[in-house]
Design a binder for this molecule. Sequence first.
Ligand SMILES: C[S@@+](CC[C@H](N)C(=O)[O-])C[C@H]1O[C@@H](n2cnc3c(N)ncnc32)[C@H](O)[C@@H]1O
Length: 212
Amino acid sequence: MGLEPKHSPRRPDAEKTSLAQEVKWNEEMNAYQQHLDELKLTPEDLKKKILDVGADFGYFAEVAKRNGYDNIYSIDIEYPADMYHLDADIGLGAEKLAVADAFQLPFKDKTFDMAISFCAMPNIAGGENPIDYRNRVKKVCQEMLRVVKVNGEIRMARVVSWEDPTDKRERATQIKKVLEWFNKSRHFEVTVDPTGEMDGHPSHLIRIKKLS
Ligand SMILES: C[S@@+](CC[C@H](N)C(=O)[O-])C[C@H]1O[C@@H](n2cnc3c(N)ncnc32)[C@H](O)[C@@H]1O
């Protein structure tokens, strides 16, 4: 682990923020429980070999490890030391954190039982407009599915950002097209479950199972 994508930006010290504050914020938000609830992760799931894509400094894997689950790998395009002053007494992604691009995961095919992504797809996919967004989400899903074993699955929560309600609707429409595309293939099975509300907008868990 420890690969660095070519375009990983190096930030000057003045632009970095405090990791201790980020950890505190995650704790106040109960971010670990949010992951469990919105990704519907059961104790059985947590025993599996999981890849967390767009995991930031790997808070989820770190807290999971404290709870006895030590098979969660994390990747993020940014190296934590480039984003944060490392002023917190916390490990980074349970020592299973790599700097890597979600579009080119540095793992062999069929490495994981499950790949998850929480609140990261809006950042990962970006895209100037909803159609770019659709194409990029599809690519990331294909890449996540590549590294998942047959009968494994990918799970994604907060796939569309809630920040701009109009854009959100358009992006949500494009995501539906991505899911229809996967569902048409006999290789995949798509499920979408409501998980409650985020800032007044319904939020969903998207699962794509790899059937063959
Ligand atoms: C909103 S944060 C979510 C972090 C974490 N999943 C959480 O819930 O705390 C989105 C993360 O996606 C990462 N990211 C953006 N583009 C990426 C890419 N192409 N590959 C991997 N990670 C990426 C960002 O660096 C950022 O840490």
